[in-house]
Design a protein around this ligand. Structure first.
Ligand code: AMP
Ligand code: MN
Ligand code: MN
Ligand code: MN
Length: 278
């Protein structure tokens, strides 16, 4: 039987709500045998995550989810099994976090102009650091103030791409992100491809460039994917000769669609990205 592997999750070192140790305990309680913490553009939770996983006797992979701009849109690339001490990766991520803090001020200004003041301070109550601020922190603030009825609505009305308080951001290129991941000894994985809204030709171009730049795998089984998308991306992954990953994209109890480790197994015909890590 396939091991229970979950290689995509968030802690309060990005936009999750649990500490890295709490995520580790929850993963272990759910039967996860190999777990990766993959906070957005940040590695500060890795040491705590590793220590907690070691104490539980659970396998651990250091990860990160990098914000990338490709074809005029944002995509997420996971770096798995990276060396968290790698200087190039650390410096690259530090640059992205600077962009996060200036974007947060701009988002707050837009919300204030729309009659919702105090969003920067409100969002910061949920985040460890201004440089870690993301749209989820703003969504939680909007929800807590009654400006929206759900997190989904916060994105639909204000924070989602192209909505009223959306700030377009030029993150890093695919080439840069893969360069850092590869130099840090990791494997690059396209996260939740089913969430992107490219046309067929552009999506094909993304996979082909990703492979040419040294990308290794596709997140086929994702907490963000439908059953039809599991099948669709299993086919695409095979067609490009890429490996496959599995991740819940867990953020918080009750708010994530799928809890840690509770997804279907990878289709048997695919090569797991973790094949040489167990
Ligand atoms: P950011 O990286 O700050 O732009 O925020 C992206 C994060 O927002 C994603 O990782 C998800 O956690 C969350 N997110 C994006 N779209 C939605 C949505 N429609 N509903 C709920 N959460 C979302
Ligand atoms: Mn997130
Ligand atoms: Mn993502
Ligand atoms: Mn994620």
């Amino acid at each position: 039987m396939q091991a229970n592997v979950d290689l995509h999750s968030h802690s309060n070192h990005s936009d999750g709500q649990l500490s890295p140790a709490q995520v580790a305990h929850r993963a272990h309680a759910n039967g996860v045998q190999l777990w990766a913490l993959s906070d957005h553009d940040n590695l500060s939770g890795i040491a705590q995550a590793q220590a907690a996983a070691d104490a539980l006797g659970m396998g651990f992979i250091a990860g990160v989810e990098i914000s990338v701009t490709w074809g005029g849109r944002t995509i997420h690339v996971l770096g798995l099994n990276i060396d968290p001490q790698n200087q190039g990766l650390q410096q690259g991520l530090a640059g992205i976090r600077k962009q996060r803090s200036s974007r947060a001020l701009q988002i707050a200004n837009k919300l204030a102009a729309l009659g919702m003041p105090g969003a920067y301070e409100g969002a910061l109550q949920e985040a460890k650091d201004p440089q870690l601020l993301g749209r989820v922190h703003f969504a939680r603030f909007l929800l807590s103030q009654g400006y929206c009825a759900s997190m989904q609505e916060a994105f639909k009305l204000y924070l989602g791409d192209g909505k009223q308080a959306y700030i377009p951001t030029l993150w890093v290129s695919l080439e840069q992100a893969l360069g850092w991941i590869n130099a840090a000894g990791g494997k690059a994985v396209i996260a939740h491809p089913g969430r992107y809204t490219y046309g067929c030709a552009q999506e094909a171009e993304l996979f082909s460039q990703f492979k040419d730049l040294g990308g290794v795998a596709v997140e086929v089984i994702s907490g963000c994917h439908s059953k039809a998308q599991y099948r669709q991306y299993a086919k695409v992954t095979q067609a490009y000769g890429l490996q496959a990953s599995r991740g819940s994209d867990f953020h918080a109890p009750g708010s994530s669609r799928v809890d840690l480790g509770l997804m279907p197994a990878l289709p048997a015909q695919l090569t797991p990205v973790w094949h040489d890590w167990l």
